[in-house]
Write a protein that binds this ligand. Structure first.
Ligand SMILES: NC(=O)C1=CN([C@@H]2O[C@H](COP(=O)(O)OP(=O)(O)OC[C@H]3O[C@@H](n4cnc5c(N)ncnc54)[C@H](OP(=O)(O)O)[C@@H]3O)[C@@H](O)[C@H]2O)C=CC1
Ligand SMILES: CCCCCCCCCCCCCCCC(=O)[C@@H](N)CO
Length: 361
């Protein structure tokens, strides 16, 4: 009897405790705290949506804030909005992240950066077959190459900063579509997955300089860019992306700075995001022994949860194609008229309508 109790005790108490203790000594890089008060936070895409919310948040926390984007008008509007809300003046820089020389000039003029927050991004949800290669290239150029341009421009001064004892941060805004590929996001997901490779490699290269890399993974977020994206979004992209709840930009900004300040490499933003991050932990660095423990203990069950999500997504895809097929057959057999809303829902363009009219006559 006593033996049975002892085995049970070993199983549910000693083994987990030993695991936690082991992971406590194992995790690398070591935990770090990165203050943002009185420090220079440089935010790309800071004139709209999540970037603007990040600028508001940093200004309210007492950081010196710089924002960079293309449109000078939107930058001025953002500056006025932040001044009105916080009384603080942000510096604005008009540049396209694809233009290295312009980016370099902006970064040099802004002065040494403590937190480089790469948030700029473009997104169009569209099936790859319907998307022009020029748009694929544009997405990769802005989201991925633009981030390389900023890092190349800012890193030398960050490395040779006055006080190397003070930790500094490079944070990249990815997306949940950068943790799992989603229908309609072939180009976008590729650009956001790319940021992860960049971040993992870069963290190893800059750790010796007390520079700490973070990756932020927001779900759908209520921004001007998101409203634009929604105007023409494939039905299946909406269905699959709704597996994760939507957020407000202010909430994403809060999570982002909480994560940066605590030196987290992976920063999820909502509950689904935490599950997604645990399920896709892979070989990313983990500084927190507690999170590492959860990752280890939850790995198996989260793989099952992930497979369940894939099941629902593939079932939705199958169902949608069946409905579309039935709709087309009905259209042809009855040669009846359908509303353009119905046609749009099944992504049947004007060409198709003409074709059906031809068959009918
Ligand atoms: N909203 C969402 O649902 C989600 C967004 N994200 C990511 O969050 C980030 C911000 O998104 P969100 O706030 O919605 O986007 P918005 O479209 O609202 O804002 C995008 C910002 O990026 C700037 N920008 C775009 N292209 C360039 C460029 N070539 N050079 C310089 N600046 C540029 C824009 O300014 P300008 O046009 O003047 O250059 C603007 O300030 C993006 O990286 C996005 O991928 C991630 C998950 C979900
Ligand atoms: C165990 C596993 C848990 C899994 C939960 C899965 C949830 C996945 C949802 C993916 C949502 C993608 C949103 C993209 C947002 C975005 O970037 C665009 N709006 C463009 O801005």
């Amino acid at each position: 009897m006593a033996d049975a109790y002892f085995s049970l005790f070993t199983l549910i108490v000693l083994i987990p405790l030993a695991l936690i203790a082991f992971l406590y000594f194992l995790v690398r890089p070591r935990p770090v705290k990165i203050p943002i008060k009185n420090r220079h936070v440089f935010i790309t895409g800071g004139s709209s949506g999540i970037g603007l919310a990040l600028a508001h948040h940093a200004a309210a926390q007492g950081s010196r804030v710089s924002i960079l984007a293309r449109s000078r008008n939107k930058l001025e509007e953002a500056r006025n909005a932040v001044r009105l809300a916080t009384g603080i003046d942000v510096s604005v820089f008009a540049a396209d992240v694809r233009d290295y020389d312009a980016v370099k000039r902006a970064v040099d003029e802004a002065g040494p950066i403590d937190v480089l927050l790469l948030n700029h991004g473009v997104f169009v949800a569209l099936e790859l077959e319907k998307q022009e290669l020029s748009e694929v290239k544009f997405t990769l150029d802005v989201n991925l190459m633009g981030s390389f341009n900023l890092i190349k421009a800012a890193l030398p001064a960050m490395r040779t900063r006055k006080d190397p004892q003070q930790p500094v941060s490079i944070a990249l805004v990815s997306s949940q579509a950068g943790q799992v590929g989603i229908y309609g996001y072939a180009a976008y997901s590729a650009s956001k997955f790319g940021l992860r490779g960049l971040a993992e490699a870069l963290q190893q290269e800059v750790i010796a300089d007390n520079i700490h890399v973070s990756l932020i993974f927001p779900p759908d977020t209520d921004t001007p860019g998101f409203a634009e994206e929604n105007k023409r979004k494939p039905e299946l992209t909406k269905i699959i992306a709704s597996s994760s709840g939507a957020m407000k930009p202010e909430e994403v900004a809060q999570k982002t700075f909480d994560g940066i300040k605590s030196g987290s490499f992976i920063i999820p933003c909502n509950l689904e995001g935490i599950a997604l991050s645990l399920a896709t932990a892979g070989l990313s660095p983990q500084r927190s022994f507690l999170m590492a423990t959860v990752e280890v203990l939850a790995a198996g069950i989260l793989r099952i949860a992930g497979l369940c999500f894939q099941w629902t997504w593939y079932t939705s895809i199958e169902k949608w194609h069946n409905q579309r097929k039935a709709f087309v057959e009905l259209m042809i057999s009855t040669s009846s008229r359908f509303t353009s809303k119905e046609l749009k829902h099944f992504e049947l363009g004007p060409c198709f309508r003409r074709l059906v009219a031809d068959i009918a006559t």
